[in-house]
Design a protein around this ligand. Structure first.
Ligand SMILES: [Zn+2]
Length: 79
């Protein structure tokens, strides 16, 4: 089992990618979120779990704030 990644700094170090996804049914926009600006703003110790970040996000497509986050491994396993 992997290490629990629960801070922005840990996430950055593992090279996992953070995606935000809009939950508005008429939008469903998703985009990769740059970690560096987040770390600059909130610090490496800030939590990277959904409850820490989702409410800080705003959809760049529709402006909605009903956003979720998703982590993708740096290397996606083959199916
Ligand atoms: Zn949206």
């Amino acid at each position: 089992m992997g290490i629990t990644i629960n801070t922005l700094g840990a996430l950055y170090d593992t090279k996992e990618r953070l995606f935000g996804c809009c939950r508005d049914p008429s939008c469903y926009h998703s985009a990769q979120i740059d970690l560096e600006p987040l770390i600059a703003r909130y610090g490496r110790g800030h939590g990277c779990m959904h409850r820490h970040l989702a409410h800080k996000l705003r959809c760049t497509a529709c402006g909605g704030t009903n956003c979720g986050i998703q982590l993708l491994p740096a290397r996606t396993p083959r199916m």
